[in-house]
Design a protein around this ligand. Structure first.
Ligand code: FES
Length: 102
């Protein structure tokens, strides 16, 4: 199944390489997103808000669950470096909005 990622706050949609994480796909397509720990799952700066049906996503893995514990994440807030999905994914990138506003 082909995968795609739509960034709703930029209206950009990219074809996703299924071998790469969401973060890696964004970076490969030069979509600005913060990622201080470069995908290790510890900094939480790569967080995104998922606009897709949450029931279609796998729950957080152990690394992501540990990172978001105690940070009061919204239910649809996930780490793009850890998030796994199938098919089409719609996300909002808070850090991209900030970068676009500067
Ligand atoms: S890049 Fe640091 S948690 Fe994802």
């Amino acid at each position: 199944m082909s995968k795609s990622i739509k960034i709703v706050n930029t209206e950009i949609e990219i074809a996703a390489d299924e071998q790469l994480s969401v973060l890696e796909n964004l970076k490969a397509n030069k979509i600005p997103i913060n990622n201080s720990c470069e995908g290790m799952g510890t900094c939480t700066t790569c967080r995104v808000f998922v606009h897709s049906d949450l029931s279609l996503l796998k729950g957080p893995n152990e690394v992501e669950a540990e990172a978001i514990a105690g940070r009061n994440f919204a239910q649809n807030e996930r780490l793009s470096c850890q998030l796994e999905f199938e098919g089409s994914l719609e996300i909002e990138i808070p850090s991209t909005k900030l970068l676009a506003d500067t």
